[in-house]
Design a protein around this ligand. Structure first.
Ligand code: HDD
Length: 693
């Protein structure tokens, strides 16, 4: 408390307590704190009172301004995809599509287009955790020279429903149940599976959702898909269909379910922290942009309808052509101003691109613009710095809440003859819709070509490795075990019978069903397609330590040379090393020097690492055998199929945890062998650590 005598401005009532001694030196010069009107504020610690213990005055406009602004700080969170994280970067074109499109972003090779990319979960609220089983949003805003192009995709190339009119039902079914307000960020509940069981078109997406794609290790290791077919339109007006794919340079990598569940507790911000740490350390995540190009005639020969968003086009049928790369190299300055206020709309596109008739896409073209109006509160949301195009933009739209621009002149209409600089339409380079013949009777109909709901679900399942198939069966058992209504469980397993009888049997057994429920009537015969390895995760994992994080558990007396040798080898392979010790201040190693820890053992489980080393002095090890966090450190690393490097002390702890070494358990004396092992996961080990259906 600052005494009256030392109070800088000296008034007897002025018990400020805001003397310089309250402020830690941050260096630099601090601008004066002001109100929103620019009035310098002399005291930011005390409200205006009558007497030291008297009432606060309504007159205190500084207090009122501050509190009022605070009261209005929140805006509605996104209806879906509320929890997200984002980064700035650029897209660089490496191969021109000039034969197919006039879009400069896709024809000017070497050109770098600024981007802002937001990743998200779908179901959970803004404050939910990063690692539930959920689809990940992958939304890219490209600030092109011809306007903003938003490619608003997911990390899964298909969707749950075929027609946008079902979207509110889908979302209501997956969100917290309305009478109880839970579960948060989870599909494992009755209303979701009830809707799914009655919506067979969702079966393909369900296969993806139950795969490890929905429990990614890192947002830097997910694919992105534009999902729908779009059109590229060339100078002659000819159009070609296109599907967009983002492919991570680091390869795909997922967690195992037990790991994802524990991550939610260990670090609810695991994915956003991972992205933040990678970008701020200069390890910029990168994706290739690939396109699948096909004509109307080719599409007519596909054994499915590409306008149906529950279908993908196997890469074996239409190969992927890589045309560019996206690098995320700058963390936003402010979460709210940028990540929260960014407004994506699939309707934002540039000349040379166009939509297809996919009825899901058509509904999206309305929904996003509409939702931004309620979320951001004004039709001027495009003027927010994160949403504003980086090319010039001008029109005759005027006024509205929070207009930031000050348009000049008397003309706010077109055509006009009064003002030389008033914007006019641009027939040559302006956007033109592809001239496509459309005809047909009006009606609320679903195309006959949309009725096959199981063939691609089966294609996805049979394309997986046996490990991945087991994870899918296990995920289905987990989810349906949380469904209380028995007929819903039955109905879902019934659908699985159309996809793969063995899968249905495994799930039924996992639910202890007495007999297999009947399969519902399928509307179309199954079309057998050859397996597509491109649909796997394991097949797309990269044997690399790049972008990975290795944890080294140490204690007092740990061999300093062993720590240094492991660190050197791991860092040379491109990974980051983090030291974990029982106390965050660090541990005194064998050389007598203290090594500071990046994390305290109790708060830094092995779950947050890709591989671990346990290097312990023998005295310290005995103590750690009594510490559950230490025993769990090795047990979880082993159970999550990770490589472990152990010295003598580490091995003793490993033995104490009751584990049996395998190929993934390496002597710490051989850092090179550990580096090799740490590049992958040991899926063969899984049978030893858990019972999968
Ligand atoms: Fe959507 C947000 C992706 C179908 C309506 N969606 C949203 C976001 C992503 C997607 C990544 C978050 C964007 C951001 O980071 O701000 N949505 C998809 C994909 C779909 C899809 C890949 C199918 C292929 N969505 C879809 C349909 C509708 C919506 C069919 C409505 C008819 N989506 C919305 C929305 C959201 C949204 C309610 C919520 C917040 C927002 O738009 O900005 O309008």
């Amino acid at each position: 408390m600052v005494s009256k005598a030392t109070t800088p401005s000296g008034s007897p009532r002025d018990m400020r307590g805001n003397g310089d001694e309250l402020h830690q030196p941050a260096g630099g010069s601090h601008p004066p704190l002001t109100t929103n009107q620019g009035l310098p504020v002399s005291d930011n610690q005390n409200s205006l009172k009558v007497g030291e213990r008297g009432p606060v005055l309504l007159e205190d406009f500084i207090l009122r301004e501050k509190i009022t602004h605070f009261d209005h700080e929140r805006i509605p969170e996104r209806i879906v995809h509320a929890r997200g994280t984002a980064a700035h970067g650029f897209f660089e074109l490496t191969a021109s599509l000039s034969k197919y499109t006039t879009a400069r972003v896709l024809t000017e090779v070497g050109e770098r287009t600024p981007v802002f990319t937001r990743f998200s979960t779908v179901a959970g609220g803004a404050g939910s955790v990063d690692t539930p089983r959920d689809v990940r949003g992958f939304a890219v805003k490209l600030y092109t020279k011809e306007g903003n192009w938003d490619l608003v995709g997911n990390n899964i190339p298909v969707f749950f429903i075929q027609d946008a009119i079902k979207f509110p039902d889908l979302v209501h079914a997956v969100k917290m149940e309305p009478d109880r307000g839970f579960p948060q960020a989870a599909t494992a509940h009755d209303t979701f599976w009830d809707f799914i069981s009655l919506t067979p078109e969702s079966m393909h997406m369900i296969m993806w959702a139950m795969s490890d794609r929905t429990i990614p290790r890192s947002l830097r290791m997910i694919e992105g898909f534009g999902v729908h077919s779009f059109r590229l339109v060339n100078a002659k007006g000819g159009s070609t269909f296109v599907k967009f794919h983002w492919r991570p340079k680091l390869g795909l990598q997922s967690t195992v379910w037990d790991e994802a569940v524990k991550l939610a507790g260990a670090d609810p911000d695991f994915h956003r922290r991972d992205l933040f740490e990678a970008i701020t350390a200069g390890n910029f995540p990168e994706w290739e942009l690939g396109v699948q190009l096909f004509t109307e005639d080719e599409a007519a020969r596909f054994p499915f309808d590409h306008l149906d968003a529950t279908k993908l086009i196997p890469e074996e049928l239409v190969p992927l052509k890589i045309i560019g790369r996206m690098v995320l190299d700058r963390w936003p300055d402010n979460f709210f101003a940028e990540t929260e206020q960014v407004a994506f709309c699939p309707s934002h596109l540039v000349p040379g691109l166009d939509f297809s008739n996919d009825p899901l896409l058509q509904g999206r073209l309305f929904s996003y613009l509409d939702t931004q109006l309620s979320r951001l509160g004004s039709p001027n949301f495009h003027q927010l710095p994160i949403n504003a195009p980086k090319c010039p933009f001008a029109n005759h739209q005027r006024d509205g809440h929070m207009q930031q621009q000050v348009p000049k002149g008397r003309v706010a209409y077109e055509p006009s003859s009064l003002q030389a600089d008033s914007p006019r339409e641009e027939p040559k380079s302006g956007f033109r819709s592809a001239a496509v013949d459309e005809a047909g009777a009006r009606g609320r109909v679903r195309a006959e070509t949309f009725v096959d709901h199981y063939s691609q679900a089966r294609l996805f399942f049979i394309s997986q490795t046996p490990y991945e198939q087991a994870h899918m069966a296990s995920a289905l058992v987990f989810e349906l075990s949380k469904v209380e209504t028995l007929h819903v469980r039955d109905a879902v397993v019934g659908h699985l019978r159309h996809i793969d009888e063995d899968l249905a049997k495994r799930v039924a057994a996992g639910l202890a069903m007495d007999k297999l429920p009947p399969a519902p009537k399928a509307q179309a015969p199954l079309v057998e397609m050859p397996p597509s390895p491109a649909l796997q995760i394991i097949g797309k994992m990269k044997a690399t330590l790049e972008g990975r994080v290795v944890g080294i558990l140490i204690n007092d007396g740990t061999n300093a040379k062993a720590v240094a040798a492991l660190r050197k080898a791991v860092e040379a392979a491109g990974a980051t090393v983090k030291i974990v010790a029982p106390k965050v201040g660090g541990a005194k190693l064998s050389d007598g020097k203290k090594l500071a820890a990046d994390g305290q053992l109790a708060g830094t489980p092995s779950i947050v690492f890709d591989a671990v080393a346990v290097l312990l002095s023998s005295e310290g090890e005995e103590q750690l055998e009594k510490e559950a966090a230490a025993v769990d450190f090795v047990r979880d690393a082993f159970g999550h199929l990770k490589a472990l490097a152990l010295d003598e002390g580490g091995l003793a702890l490993f033995d104490a945890a009751g584990l049996e070494a395998d190929d993934g358990v390496i002597s710490a004396e051989d850092p090179a062998a550990f580096v090799e092992a740490a590049k992958g996961r040991f899926f063969d080990r899984e049978a030893k650590v858990r019972i999968l259906p």
